[in-house]
Design a protein around this ligand. Sequence first.
Ligand SMILES: Cc1ncc(COP(=O)(O)O)c(C=O)c1O
Length: 397
Amino acid sequence: MKYDFETVMKRYGCGSFKWDEMRQYGYSEIDDIIPFSVADMEFAPIPEVVQGLQDFISCAVLGYSSTTNEFKLTTCDWVERRHGYRPKEDWILTTAGVVTAFFNAINAFTNEGDGVMLLTPVYYPMYIGIENNKRKLVDCPLVRKGTRYEIDFDLFEEKAKDPNTKMFILCNPHNPCSRVWTKEELLKMAKICKENDVFVVSDEIHFDLMQKGFEHTMFLSLGEEYTKNAMSIIAPSKTFNLAGLQTSMVLIPDEENRNTFYKEQCTVTSHPVCNILGYEACMIAYKNAEPWLDEVLEVIAENKRVIEAFFAEHFPQIQIMDFEATYLLWMDWSGLGIDAKELERINREEAGLFFDEGYIFGEAGECFERWNLACPTWCIEDALDRMKEVYDKYLNK
Ligand SMILES: Cc1ncc(COP(=O)(O)O)c(C=O)c1O
């Protein structure tokens, strides 16, 4: 490996949500462990990005920013290079985060009381966006087949046909289930949404984090026929660990819809742009950090292999769901015969394992844990040792 994927930077007291949250729980050796919860990475910053930002700051005026043509071109170049599809530059608007973007979309394209469909379990802020904006959740549970999740298209169609259903928020790749929806699946969803006038918001934040053998299909690449009432949201934040810079891109092909979205942005703030360092870091990463991404994907794959081998030997009761993309491993721990709250307590207080608990993603996530794999492999190995020591006690009772 050319890059350093071994060093852990301590992040306590540095404004890290994940690390500060971990402090609340009573694990005595907390200083020596890292959390596996919130989806950012525990790797040293990318040298190209650090150097690029330093060069930029040394000669830039940090005044009010705007989205430049270079930024839009760089984004389109990236999408084309990694995903074989080129969006148009003038489709791009920027938002301070993907969550902000789908909150804006809910307000721009639906009204109070309207139904918004989700494939659940799913990334929990999607529920919050629906609830806080007084929309109705239209729940379309994914169907688990062994270790794989699939869509019940009959149910999907039934829910889309309800005249109150106005929007579908798609998570592709799916967090937490790690499915990369195939082109065939996307076309089926797109067709049903089109036929029933359901606006599609496609959250593709994890689109660069593909495991070997999987390919991401951009929703907008399905063609004009299906994308008139659709938008995609992408970002460099997961790919290059830049979430703190809050820079993401909304792609809306239809001009009228784009204006509607922009108008909604302008109701919240008079100047809807991202910060100047976020734009710069995104361009630097897209231009110079691709080799880092290719290596980090190998580390993530290796971390998954380490867990899988360990579980096969010591915890065959735990099932790992198919891992197609993201760096978030979705695991069913129900086979241990311990209820969800007790699992959480044992993990956090006794084993020092800070996962995102499955139930936060919806009822179907009960007794699941979501393990963030974006960390040095030695941290995973340490965690597995702690886990074995603690769970041997419970399982040998
Ligand atoms: C599917 C999905 N969308 C959005 C986000 C967060 O995006 P942002 O930090 O840009 O608001 C995450 C973070 O984990 C995510 O998994």
